[in-house]
Design a protein around this ligand. Structure first.
Ligand SMILES: Cc1cc2nc3c(=O)[nH]c(=O)nc-3n(C[C@H](O)[C@H](O)[C@H](O)COP(=O)(O)OP(=O)(O)OC[C@H]3O[C@@H](n4cnc5c(N)ncnc54)[C@H](O)[C@@H]3O)c2cc1C
Ligand code: FES
Length: 260
């Protein structure tokens, strides 16, 4: 049974007009949160909104999320002030499984780069050799560039605008990666659906196991309302697919099981 905790907003770091990193004091989530998990954060006038955990600091009792303004809920959250109190359900979801991971390729895009950062930091702290490929729209959107650079020397960036790193999208980077860098790597991807689909097709062709974190609209966040269902292949059950709850059965799924 997941619990709801008080979370006090203690720091806001603006990343530009539409995006900020929010740090909350909440020892329970700081202590339990794993890469790939998320929290369902209260919103003054709307239902709770889900955000991937970006980092935790167990000693300080804090966790961070990166929030991009896309609608009224995120607008309200981003208008909050340091000292404001939230309620927060979490940590939710299954998260990434690092058990057999000897080598890692992380691919991030959009707000997916925030949870990818948590995975990168975990890998670095556990000595897992890691390649990171992040896709951004432009240089001005290249959030956490310096932080990612510190996690690995194999950090690659693509921008649609071509004003930073490789011009194009992450596929332009992956297709040119030296095979020795990725041989035997587990691939973890968080980003827009089309990006995750393309990366998972690429990973399959290379024989690499690939995990994606699906981003469905959510309400309860704990498996009760079925708002967030997605189609997952179920050949072993004699069916083409079954519906799984992204919030409780995911959000991380084996890429090859997902019906896009
Ligand atoms: C597991 C998970 C992790 C997430 N992590 C992050 C994160 O780290 N940082 C971040 O900024 N956002 C993240 N999101 C997305 C975030 O939850 C939504 O942007 C937010 O709930 C939108 O609320 P809103 O009221 O501002 O927008 P709304 O008014 O509800 O919607 C505005 C627009 O955004 C679209 N939208 C809303 N929610 C989603 C969603 N879940 N998936 C796809 N499109 C959506 C709507 O269709 C609409 O077009 C995550 C979502 C999930 C499910
Ligand atoms: S959000 Fe309610 S079941 Fe997933």
């Amino acid at each position: 049974m997941k619990s709801e905790y008080k979370a006090k907003l203690i720091n806001i770091r603006s990343l530009g007009e539409t995006c900020s990193i929010l740090t909350f004091l909440c020892p329970e989530i700081a202590g339990e949160g794993k890469p790939g998990q998320f929290v369902n954060l209260s919103c003054p006038h709307f239902l709770k909104r889900p955000f991937g955990i970006m980092c935790t600091d167990k000693d300080a009792g804090t966790f961070c999320i990166g929030v991009r303004k896309v609608g009224k809920g995120t607008e309200e959250i981003l208008a909050s002030k340091e000292g404001d109190e939230f309620t927060c359900l979490g940590p939710l979801g299954n998260g990434f499984d690092f058990t057999d991971v000897k080598k890692l390729l992380l691919v991030g895009g959009g707000t997916g780069i925030f949870p990818i950062y948590f995975a990168a930091d975990y890998a670095q702290k556990h000595g897992i050799p890691t390649v990171i490929a992040n896709g951004y729209r432009c240089k001005c959107d290249a959030f956490l560039y310096d932080e990612f650079s510190k996690e690995t020397s194999d950090f690659y960036v693509t921008t649609d605008a071509g004003d930073l790193g490789i011009k194009g999208n992450v596929m332009n980077c992956l297709e040119d990666l030296d095979s020795s860098l990725i041989e035997g790597a587990t691939v973890m991807v968080v980003g827009p659906g089309i990006m995750m689909k393309k990366v998972s097709e690429w990973a399959k062709a290379k024989g690499l196991s690939c995990f994606v974190s699906l981003e469905q609209r959510m309400a309860c966040g704990i498996g009760a309302c079925l708002v967030c269902v997605c189609k997952i292949k179920a050949e072993e059950e004699g069916k083409e697919f079954v519906h799984k709850r992204c919030c409780k059965d995911g959000p991380v799924f084996r890429a090859e099981e997902v019906i896009w």
